[in-house]
Design a protein around this ligand. Structure first.
Ligand SMILES: Nc1nc2c(ncn2[C@@H]2O[C@H](COP(=O)(O)OP(=O)(O)OP(=O)(O)O)[C@@H](O)[C@H]2O)c(=O)[nH]1
Length: 353
């Protein structure tokens, strides 16, 4: 996942480490006797003992100087990081990370690194890695534990899927069904996309394969009525979760937008999940922003992450919209779905997974 983005982050990480390494004493240099004091950078205001004093120093004094040297701190200058951050900025933008998100990542790294202090003996690698990790987590947010969310809410929990046509919404509903089943929840599906020809049949096929009931009406019927019946069915059969399909829509289609407003009013969903595809890159982020402004959403699902080496949409969308990325689709099979866990994703991006 995110091969290109990983390479850019890796390159920036190594260059930052090198820059800090050459401008402050090397991490692996162990203070060796008294001569170590002489290696201290002259700007660091260390009172370097005169060589003759050092020669005469008792072992105890020598130990003290060595430990003093080891505990010295070196300030990492803005210069050490600036050039590399310019390069990282280009790399992030090329990977389709949104401009505002790129700026937020860079600002955080800069704030964390420049002016910070590095002690002799601390690893440059961990300083840089932590700065990148914090910056990425800052834009990815905390994520959502969907299973905990369902447990904490009154049943049935109503989750509505909406978004742009043709991005894999129906397949995603099937994948989430499988995910919830594996986590011990019962599911009923509502065929609320009554607008697109074939959509009802498509979700019906998924329902049959997954062994879940699909509530459906005629093509062209009122989706609110379908979803209302789905919620009633769930109540009557003590089903944990209602997953409601809705017609894919663009924010400029007034009739479909009004329909969605009606569904929200009547069904009162616990979560509205906006679905779009990661391969759309920055366009997906812009669409999500527009959708959030015009309709509103509670969480996001990005499909086709497996086909997107850049990773920009997945990194950007939660920050851009101010809502968590809930799931990512990672293939065409029912099991190809991951609950989005920012910490695991960052560990993977920085090569620690
Ligand atoms: N590689 C990959 N393909 C996916 C993923 N999610 C969906 N697809 C594929 O995308 C295609 C379209 O998915 P559908 O669920 O049929 O969506 P749609 O019919 O285009 O339209 P809507 O349901 O309205 O979004 C199908 O071939 C899916 O298998 C994913 O995460 N990765």
């Amino acid at each position: 996942m995110f091969k290109a983005l990983k390479e850019k982050l890796f390159s920036a990480r190594k260059k930052l480490e090198h820059s800090i390494e050459v401008n402050t004493p090397a991490q692996n240099e162990k203070p060796q006797g008294i001569s170590r004091a002489e290696q201290i950078h002259p700007q660091q205001e260390v009172e370097t003992p005169a060589p003759e004093q050092v020669k005469k120093a008792s072992p105890k004094i020598t130990d003290k100087i060595v430990s003093f040297v080891r505990d010295r701190e070196f300030i990492i200058s803005e210069k050490d990081v600036n050039d590399i951050l310019d390069e990282l900025e280009m790399g992030l933008l090329e990977s389709d990370v949104a401009f505002s998100v790129t700026e937020a990542i860079l600002a955080r790294i800069k704030a964390d690194l420049s002016g910070s202090k590095r002690k002799i003996g601390t690893s440059v690698d961990s300083i840089v890695r932590n700065a990148l990790s914090d910056a990425l987590l800052g834009v990815l947010g905390e994520g959502v534990d969907i299973c905990a969310f369902i447990r904490e809410h009154e049943r049935p929990v109503k989750i509505l899927f909406t978004g742009v046509n043709g991005t894999g919404k129906t397949t995603s509903i099937a994948k989430v069904t499988r995910f919830l089943q594996k986590n011990g929840f019962s599911v009923v599906l509502g065929a609320g996309d009554t607008f697109r020809a074939g959509a009802i049949e498509q979700i019906d096929v998924h329902g049959e394969r997954l062994g879940v009931k699909v509530i459906q009406h005629q093509e062209g019927s009122d989706p609110t009525a379908v979803l209302f019946d789905t919620v009633e069915y769930a109540r009557a059969h003590k089903i944990d979760v209602v997953l409601g399909d809705t017609a894919g829509r663009f924010h400029n289609r007034a009739n479909l937008m009004n329909q969605l407003a009606k569904i929200r009013r009547v069904i009162n969903p616990d979560l509205i999940v906006y679905v779009d595809e990661a391969v759309a890159g920055n366009d997906a982020v812009i669409r999500a922003e527009e959708f959030a402004k015009s309709v509103g959403m509670d969480a996001i699902m990005l499909t086709k992450v497996d086909m997107d080496p850049k990773g920009g949409a997945a990194i950007s969308v939660a920050y851009a919209v101010g809502k968590p990325l809930l799931f990512i689709g990672t293939g065409q099979g029912y099991d190809d779905v991951m609950a989005f866990n920012p910490r695991l994703v960052v560990a993977d991006l920085l090569g620690d997974a």
